[in-house]
Ligand binder design. Sequence first.
Ligand code: WCA
Length: 399
Amino acid sequence: MAGNGCPAVSVLQESGQAQHTDGTAAVLAIGTANPANCMRQDEFVDWFFRVTKIDHLATLKAKMKRICEKSGVEKRYFCLTEEMIGSHPGFINRTLPSLSARMTIVTAAVPDLAAAAARKAIDEWGRPATDITHLVVSTSSGNHAPGADLHVAQALGLRPTVHRTLLYLHGCFGGCSAIRVAKDLAENNNPGARVLVVCSEVYTPLAFGAPDEEKMDAIVATSLFGDGAGAVIVGAGLTQHPTERPIFRMVSASQTTIPETERALTMQLGESGIHYGMSAEVPKHVRGSIEGCLAETLRPLGLGEWNSLFWVVHPGGRAVLDSCEAALQLEPGKLAASQRVLSEHGNVGAATIIFVLDEMRRRRKNVGEEEGGVDDGEWGVMLGIGPGITIEKMVLRAG
Ligand SMILES: CC(C)(COP(=O)(O)OP(=O)(O)OC[C@H]1O[C@@H](n2cnc3c(N)ncnc32)[C@H](O)[C@@H]1OP(=O)(O)O)[C@@H](O)C(=O)NCCC(=O)NCCSC(=O)/C=C/c1ccc(O)cc1
């Protein structure tokens, strides 16, 4: 394992339990939720071209089928239904204004999904919801106040004194940002804090529209993104609550922005919903920068042997994971948790990283018991990748 014989990691290892009980935050529980409507990727393009009434565009359809085949996605969950599409002409024809209709759906769905994921995390945690002191909500699906944070707090019966923080439009790194904020809250100035982090993304009703071959990036987004929510509970100072068990200790957190890439990933809310800009160069940018970006943070900790770590990487798309694998020369299987989540859910924006944390915890728990279990070492890295291009990094130490 990296750090065997390495002074910096030895210090971290020796002080791990003490740091934890003294105040290093940990993930204590995880919950996820999906909308009911499950879409198989091999049926998606036929469905999409039928409901948008453009079946005659055979070349574009064939190209989108190729993208879907290469996506690494097998199924996704949608809040969007055919009934919604049928009731709103602007959902197909994006020259018509449709923002209000889209937002009405999203405003109801974001807190519902968020609360469903949060309830699972709270059940697993085993303490009453009223013991939550802080709530951090992250979503790219919303434009209203009071926002989803208040609706989630009310739905869960949190105390009126709960400290709410809402992160809007962080995109795909929003899950890592929210978890980083929770770590800071739990470790600083708030003794005994228990922070509920909820990421809820309802992309499909917000971005749906007939494909336009001039906007291939929108077609790529439509081929990859799905809806869902993830929740974690974060706390430090566990000696006060002997029933609580750390799943992942959050050792350090940092953020890097790749220079001159601010146009590579964008999101913009307009009259016809949200528009995603996604350069075809994103995988190349990730490949060119990820090693250096990780080295600056992890090498000083003695964690530079990438294959000795476990990896919780945001699966922005199959090519993003391939880029990380190639740049870090990771052995096959190192990104299996991320690949599995991409396959089962697609890219669920900020919520995706929580699905990957959940998958990683399941794999580690099942070591020696069931197929898919894996012992990937004690130390790991969580990576979020989103607009900026921003890379969020967190060093994790398993339970
Ligand atoms: C699965 C892909 C889409 C295709 O696989 P491939 O191995 O690259 O295949 P090809 O190289 O054969 O590409 C197929 C075609 O797609 C085209 N293409 C390939 N990416 C492009 C492109 N971004 N533009 C426009 N043409 C392209 C590519 O040029 C090519 O066109 P053609 O040669 O004419 O067949 C792969 O490129 C991929 O995984 N790309 C990464 C996607 C990506 O950047 N993801 C990260 C951003 S995620 C993010 O910010 C999410 C925020 C979010 C926030 C909230 C939510 O609710 C949800 C999400």
